[in-house]
Design a protein around this ligand. Structure first.
Ligand code: AHR
Length: 318
């Protein structure tokens, strides 16, 4: 008798707790979103993909995922296919800034909200719902300010740019350049794209080292992401120099491997780029569907990390 009562009360309690969760999932389960991702060029990008997929699963959203392999034409095809399938919303991480007007107009005509994820476009903002991204100019500016303080405003810099035409590369460059104009003895002596990849960063850094007398004239490398910085560190070591001591290394993303490099004394600073952009993107679409207004830019900026906390951060993140 006692046992029966206990079972009954457990069933009642479980029902009370789980029914609202199940109801919420049933609502979310009716939602299908398309996600056009750039590719998997960097450790950060891989984390972003995993985080957005996990958030969709947590919320019971059916997420159709498409990897564009760095090609805008693949992204345009994917967005058109999402429109044809009548998805409830589209997440788009645009590889470059230009060339999106037509496909964004098609999504708008189909009344499908598009959320730009992590990178921006130069289309009319009325063509998309919002952009969930950090301020890349601020990141570049923070990197420049930190380097100015570290070098007392005297430094010949080589720059590893991200993908040509991407908002991440354009804005990080602009933010950094603008900041260092305050310091007449800081200048970028060489600048080239390493396409946000480790292999690209290594190859371009090798050519910089060769062109600059084995690295003798280089004070610092500013890499638009950690993966290129990690490639550059390899090139610096292979050239017989000590990264972080002979050549200062500052980059952006805060991936686990750069914390390992900082803990090992081979990198100097990284600025965090938050990869957890799924929750704010899904929230924005839900808000728009409820008739609420949504800001055109939902910012997600992170702090700068230095070697003093690197070992602890690496432990937490690896
Ligand atoms: O758009 C963000 C950039 O893209 C990240 O900094 C980089 O790692 C990536 O691939």
């Amino acid at each position: 008798m006692k046992f029966k009562k206990l079972v009954k009360s457990v069933i009642t309690a479980t029902t009370v707790i789980t029914l609202p969760i199940m109801a919420a999932q049933a609502i979310a389960a009716d939602l299908t979103y398309g996600f056009s991702q750039i590719g998997s060029e960097s450790g950060w990008r891989t984390s972003e993909t995993a985080s957005i997929k996990a958030e969709a699963q947590k919320q019971g959203i059916n997420l159709k995922f498409s990897d564009a392999q760095q090609k805008q034409e693949n992204q345009i095809k994917a967005v058109r296919s999402f429109i044809a399938q009548g998805v409830d919303g589209i997440l788009l991480a645009p590889v470059v800034e230009t060339g999106w007007d037509q496909v964004l107009k098609e999504a708008k005509r189909a009344q499908i909200p598009v959320v730009l994820i992590d990178r921006g476009v130069n289309s009319d903002p009325s063509l998309y719902l919002t952009k969930v991204a950090s301020d890349f100019k601020e990141e570049g500016s923070l990197a420049g300010a930190w380097l100015a303080a570290k070098t007392n405003g005297v430094c010949d810099i080589v720059e590893l740019q991200g993908t040509v035409g991407s908002s991440a590369a354009i804005d990080r460059k602009e933010g950094f350049e603008k900041l260092i104009t305050n310091f007449p003895n800081m200048k970028i002596i060489r600048s080239q794209s390493g396409d946000f990849t480790r292999a690209g960063g290594k190859q371009v850094m090798e050519s910089f080292l060769k062109a600059e007398n084995g690295g003798a004239g280089i004070c610092a490398v500013f890499a638009h992401n950690d993966d290129m910085a990690l490639g550059a560190i390899l090139a610096i070591k292979e050239a017989g120099l000590k990264p972080s001591k002979d050549i200062i290394v500052v980059s952006i993303d805060a991936v686990p491997d750069i914390f390992k490099a900082m803990a090992d004394g081979e990198a100097n600073a990284t600025i965090e780029l938050n990869p957890h952009l799924g929750a704010p993107a899904f929230k924005a679409i839900a808000a728009a569907k409820n008739g609420e207004s949504v800001d055109k830019w939902i910012k997600a900026n992170g702090p700068i990390y230095l070697p003093d906390t690197a070992a602890a951060e690496y432990k937490k993140r690896k």
